[in-house]
Design a protein around this ligand. Structure first.
Ligand code: TPP
Ligand code: MG
Length: 313
């Protein structure tokens, strides 16, 4: 097993596409064409880019409301994702899921989810199925630092260790849950230490370095496929925007803190490293994303007569 590690340019392309997608969604939200909460992952792009490059197409994935990037990096069609977010019948779920419910069975995507921590149980179930069926598929579930206080995550960790499930618990530690810093919500802010208390193998990684994220997910996916069980990965990162579109992100964090992380954002670092080609890639990806948005906006919304089809089965 094991993938060839993507180059700097490939990682840059994945991350800049995600940034353009989220910028387009943010503009649509501001203009009222996209309703409801929108959670962006600006500053955290190296996590989806690095992690998904290390997974097989068949591997399972669950993620959060901030998980557009994981679904894209897993291989899902850009057009279908944009159409779904915009509620079009050409979308991944025929426009019935919307931006927080992105599913794509072809690429093992078992859902992004607006309920904090909900995808963790789904991934454990998928990992158990993989083990029972002998399919060798790994399940990766992405959640935030705040989700670590959800009770059912602890049940999942316990069962995953007990049954040696091929599951990767990928925790994006961006230091805040909504507007609350870790220190005000966690008795012990060392999340890896907490996970080790359940018997989990743990890894910590610089979540702003796609190469490092790729390496650690590759290693832990191999481990899972070899029957050595689950891993808890703590990826240290930071969202340089607000929690969602209505939050400026400045009331509970200092300007200096945000600027410090902004200066270490993965897109900026790679851009500096690859030089002039970055602008070419950026322009290419912008054109691709804009074309996709224009296409989706011209497509129909679901027919209300179809509201009850494909919902439960
Ligand atoms: C079960 C549940 N409780 C509360 C919320 C409200 N909520 C939405 S996002 C969020 C913060 C989660 O923080 P974290 O897990 O660190 O993820 P991040 O948003 O930082 O990516 C909360 C409390 C929710 N959506 N679901
Ligand atoms: Mg968080």
């Amino acid at each position: 097993m094991g993938h060839v590690r993507p180059t700097d340019e490939q990682f840059f392309r994945t991350m800049i596409r995600l940034r353009h997608v989220e910028k387009a969604l943010s503009d649509l939200s501001a203009s009222g064409q996209l309703r409801g909460s929108l959670h962006l992952c600006e500053g955290q792009e190296a996590c989806p880019a690095g992690a998904c490059a290390a997974l097989e197409k068949e591997d399972y994935l669950t993620a959060t409301y901030r998980g557009h990037g994981y679904v894209l990096a897993k291989g899902t069609s850009l057009d279908k994702l944009i159409a779904e977010v915009l509620g079009r019948s050409t979308g991944l779920c025929k426009g019935k899921g919307g931006k927080m419910h992105l599913f794509d069975q072809e690429f093992g995507v078992l859902g992004t989810n607006g309920i904090v921590g909900a995808g963790v149980g789904t991934a454990c179930g998928a990992a158990l199925a993989s083990k029972l069926d002998g399919t060798n598929r790994v399940a990766m579930t992405v959640f935030g630092d705040g989700a670590n206080n959800q009770g059912h995550l602890m049940e999942c960790w316990n069962m995953a260790v007990l049954y040696k499930l091929p599951v990767i618990f990928f925790c994006e530690n961006n230091l805040y849950s909504e507007m609350t810093p870790l220190s005000r919500s966690h008795g012990n802010i060392n999340l890896s230490e907490r996970a080790r208390g359940f018997g989990l193998h743990t890894e910590s990684v610089n979540g702003n370095d796609p190469h490092a994220v790729f390496e650690v997910v590759s290693k832990t996916a191999d481990r899972a496929r070899q029957g050595q069980g689950p891993t808890f990965i703590e990826a240290m990162t930071y969202r340089t925007t607000g929690h969602y579109q209505a939050d400026s992100g400045t009331a509970y964090r200092t300007k200096e803190e945000v600027e410090d992380w902004r200066s270490r954002s993965p897109i900026l670092l790679l851009k500096q490293r690859i030089g002039a080609i970055a602008e070419e890639i950026e322009a290419e990806e912008l054109a691709i994303v804009q074309a996709s948005v224009t296409k989706a906006l011209s497509e129909p919304t679901p027919n209300p007569n179809q509201a009850m089809t494909e919902v439960f089965a």
